[in-house]
Structures are given as C-alpha cells and as structure tokens.
Design a protein around this ligand. Structure first.
Ligand code: GLY
Length: 565
C-alpha cells in the first residue's frame, strides 16, 4: 500500500516534471520567436540594375560586403560616368557582431614619377586641361584592390559569383535610359581623342533612349579578373595594357606603381552629435573632418527650434560651411605626407571658437579665385539582415574621368590627379583650393571630399548615406544628417528640400530652389547662384522600420527594402 502510494506520488511528480519541461521549452520557443529580429535589409544605388543585383546577393544569404562588391562591379558597367575599375574610393564597413566600424581607403595614388610641378609650364603657370584630360591626369587605380580586400576580409561569398552578373551585362549590353543616353552624348568630345573610348561611347548619330550599350573589352577584362583575381589588374595582362598605353602616350605609369598599390585599412573618424555618433572617412578624405567640425559648431545652436531653410538657419549653415572649407584648404592632405591637425579640427573647443566668431558675425578669411563647375562620383548604401552596413563612395573624379580607355581594356581611367593642389591657391575642377598639405608627391593620395557616413544611435546604425558632387558632397551629406536628426524628417521628406552649398571660395552660395523672399534678403549679403546638387542614396532605420531612398535629383537610381517581421 505504502509502496503503491509512493509509486503514484512518483508518477505524479514525473508527470508534473514532464509538464514543467514542456512548458519551459514552449516558453523558450515563444520568447525566441517574439524576440527574433525582423529580417531587414536594403540597398540604395545610382542604378536600378546594380540595386537589383545587390538585393539578389542579400536574398541569397550574402552579407553587406558581398552585396557591395557585386554592386560596385555592376556600377562599373551600368554607370560608366562614375562606377569604375579605373578609379578609386572609400568604403565604410560596420560589422554588427563585432560592433566595429572600419574605413577602407582604396583611392588612387600618385605615380612614383609624379612631381609637384608636373602640371606647370616653364613660367610656373598651370597648363590648362593637363590634370583632367591627359595621360598625366590619372592616379594608380585602387578599385579592384579595394573590392578584393573587402571580400577577402569581410565577405562570405566567392568573388566569382559577384563578378559574373557584370560580365554578362558588359557582354550582352544593358539598356540606356533617356538620361544616360543624353549624358553620354553630352561628353562626346571627351571620348573623341581616344580610339577605344570613341568606339565604345560614341555613335555618329548619338545614343538614344533604349539603345544597348555593349562593352566587349570590359567584359573580357572582368572575365580575366574573375579567373586571375586582383593580380590581373596589378601585374597581369590588364596592368600591362594600361601601362603600355600610358607609356606610349606620354604617361608616367610603371609596373612597380601597380604592383606596390596597397589598400589602407583606417579607423573611421567619429564624433558625437547630440545623442548620436556620426562616423565618416578620415584623411585623405576631407569629408569626415569637415562634417564632424561642422556638426560640432551646429551643436551650439538649437537647430530644431528654427524653421528649416529660414534665413536664420541658412545664415548659420553658411557661416559654419565657411570655416570648415577654409580649414579644408589650409590643413587637409594625405596624413602620410602631412601632419593633419585632426584632433584640433574635430574638438568641441575649436568648434566653440568658431561658434563665437559666427555669433560675432566674423567670417573666415578668404582669397580671390574662380570656380569651374563639374560633378560626378557615385555612392551606395547597404544593410544586411544581420545589421552589417556598407557605405561606399567611389569615383573617376569628373564624369567619365579622363575619357581615356587604354587599348583593349574597356576601362575608363580616372583624372584624380586634379584633386591635388596643382599650385597653392589654384582651384581644381570643384573650385577647391589647397596648399602645402595637398601638393603632389610620389605615391601620395590626393585629397578627397567623398564622405560616406554611418550615424549610430545607441551603437546601432540609424542613418547610412552619401552623395556624389565633388566638394558639394560634404554639404549635401551635412544637410541630410541635420534634416533627419534635427528636423525629424524621413528620407523622402529630406530629399525634397532645397539644399545649399558654400565652400568659402568662391564666395557664392549655391542653392537649388530657395524661396523668393529668402533669396531677396540673402542676396544683399552674398552672391547667390542656382545649381543642382548631388543626389543622396540613403537608408534610415527607425522604430523597427526601414526606409531607403535614392533621391530623384537624378533618374535611374533605385532603393529597395525588405522588412520581414
Ligand atoms: N574626385 C572627387 C573627390 O574625391 O572628392
């Protein structure tokens, strides 16, 4: 009897234990599924085909770096004005699990035989066009090395699968949009002096919308890169074709220049702005320092209380930009060749001094120079389902770079040497002046304005953005940050706002479409000029939601998001 009672009790206990275990497992399952992060990912680029390729990689389980590499190769085919193999750029990578952000500098380097006065005549004057359209205008390209560095260190897919779609696009051609056909025709003159560029990028009757752009040589080059890896570009047939072409045509490239090319892994430059952390590119970009400096100054104003694009707001913005661009010209260059006072320029103390000057209506000093207009470069933003981020800006410098395609490569070469200061005080294609800090030296990297950004809130990515537009990149990105963080706009709203650009020299405020009353008052104090500024390609993460926008200042871009709760 006692035994039976014990048995029953034991059975009951086992039964309730079993119940407890099942309840516990169900609890675990339930809490896991409710706490499971939504599968969220997004891509925003300058061209819809490249965006679709990037989204395809993310859907197939690739990470943000895999998608970025596929997008960059695709843009080299479908966005020939700025997407490239013959140029360079900057990639910010945020690795979610390691909570680490990395900056890759894969920008062009000056050839070993370059010299400070290589673009000057015997009288010491700059020879017009030499730094933009000649075989002396290119730096050693870094894009192929940069993309391989990214995939080898942070990717998860084989690089072959990421290049393949671009080979097909180059070989079979892609359909030109109305904008693209007109844009290629606009630069016809640039292509006419180079045999291969003329063959690929000109038609006697001009390109029309829906024409196919086939790039057979580029397809073959991409195929050799797929087979031989990055060495194809730095010591293989491709490098030999580029070097031989340049040697034959008055250039100074050598095999060592290519073989010695190195990607630089840098610490991004980050600053605190109100409750946020803003990270961007350190020197040799001027973007990161200028952005942090301007945000530090703006932090002293109660921006959110001001009316957007009101006179008071614009005056603050213009004065802040004034100081940042004065410092850019004076202090910024390749930090391996010139000691950039980064800590001073990005300190809150220095910003407070500028703030006081602005309050006292004291502008930054100036010199008198002229301004030539030009803009190109391209940015893309990507986030994967794990929260890894790529914010990448790369370029050939001006549209289609130098317009030079070395024989049999299909590669448009950059004209990035123009981003050096050719002579103190002499403006480059973006009207930017420089000094000792950015003079030409062998193996040096020209100063850039490219500013890919990632903004964090509570250590999680909040805003990913960037833009083309030379010097206007910095001010465009600044206004995207302020619109979102201070004025509480979403990306769509932000993209519709008229932006301004001011860079100390020339003393002109460029604006897109300010209100008549504002123009009337502002023009009494400053010279104003209307000008279209660069488009942003941004991703915003908020309240478990996601927004991606390729703003329609230029057509053909595409931003896609997936949000699976
Ligand atoms: N070539 C334009 C820039 O790097 O800023």
């Amino acid at each position: 009897m006692v035994r039976d009672t014990l048995k029953i009790n034991l059975n009951r206990k086992l039964h309730s234990l079993k119940f407890l275990i099942i309840a516990f497992l169900l609890f675990l399952l339930f809490t896991n599924s409710t706490e499971k992060k939504p599968e969220t990912f997004a891509v925003a680029t300058r061209h819809h085909i490249a965006s679709d390729i990037g989204m395809g990689v993310l859907r197939a389980g690739g990470n943000a770096v895999d998608a970025a590499v596929a997008v960059a190769f695709a843009l080299s085919v479908v966005n020939p004005s700025a997407g490239n193999l013959g140029g360079g750029g900057f990639m910010l990578i945020h690795l979610a699990e390691r909570e680490e952000t990395i900056a890759l500098d894969y920008r062009e380097r000056a050839p070993k035989k370059s010299s400070q006065d290589m673009f000057l005549n015997a009288e010491g004057n700059v020879i017009k066009g030499l730094s933009l359209n000649s075989t002396l205008s290119a730096g050693i390209p870094g894009t192929v090395a940069g993309l391989f560095y990214a995939i080898e260190n942070f990717g998860s897919f084989e690089v072959e699968s990421l290049i393949k779609p671009s080979i097909k696009l180059a070989r079979e051609g892609f359909v030109l949009s109305n904008f693209q056909s007109k844009n290629i025709n606009k630069y016809k003159k640039k292509f006419l002096s180079n045999k291969d560029a003329k063959k690929i990028f000109t038609r006697s009757e001009g390109f029309k919308e829906n024409d196919l752009l086939i790039q057979e040589d580029l397809a073959n080059t991409l195929e050799r890169i797929l087979i031989n890896g990055k060495k194809e570009f730095y010591s293989g047939i491709t490098s030999k074709r580029i070097i031989n072409f340049y040697k034959k045509n008055g250039g100074i490239f050598s095999q060592e220049d290519f073989q010695e090319y190195k990607v630089k892994k840098l610490r991004p430059i980050c600053g605190a702005y109100r409750i946020y952390k803003v990270c961007s590119m350190p020197p040799p970009s001027s973007g990161g320092i200028a952005l942090i400096q301007m945000l530090n100054v703006l932090e002293n104003f109660d921006i959110s209380k001001l009316e957007h694009n009101s006179l008071e707001y614009l005056n603050i913005l213009i004065s802040t930009m004034d100081y940042a661009f004065f410092d850019r010209a004076k202090y910024l260059g390749d930090p391996e060749f010139f000691e950039v006072p980064q800590n001073m320029l990005t300190s809150k103390k220095y910003a407070l001094e500028i703030f006081k000057n602005i309050k006292a209506k004291k502008p930054a000093p100036k010199a008198n120079i002229k301004f030539t207009e030009s803009e190109e470069t391209t940015h893309f933003s990507i986030i994967d389902k794990w929260g890894n981020v790529v914010s990448n800006t790369y370029t050939l410098n001006t549209a289609y770079g130098s317009g030079i395609v070395p024989t049999g490569t299909g590669i448009l070469m950059n004209n990035e040497m123009d981003d050096f200061s050719l002579k103190p005080g002499y403006p480059n294609a973006y009207g930017l002046v420089g000094s000792e800090a950015n003079k030409i030296e062998p193996k040096k990297t020209p100063l850039s304005s490219m500013s890919p950004i990632i903004v964090f809130q509570n250590n999680k990515p909040l805003l990913i953005s960037g833009s083309p537009g030379g010097s206007t990149i910095i001010t465009t990105v600044l206004q995207e940050i302020i619109n979102v963080l201070d004025f509480g706009m979403n990306l769509e709203e932000s993209s519709k706002q008229s932006r301004i650009h001011y860079q100390n020299l020339p003393d002109i405020v460029f604006h897109e479409d300010l209100k008549f009353e504002i123009i009337e008052i502002l023009s009494k104090r400053k010279k104003l000029a209307k000008r279209k500024l660069g488009e942003t390609h941004s991703i915003l993460l908020f309240d478990k939601n996601i927004e991606a926008v390729s703003d329609n200042r230029r057509p053909d871009g595409k931003a896609s998001t997936i949000l699976q709760q």
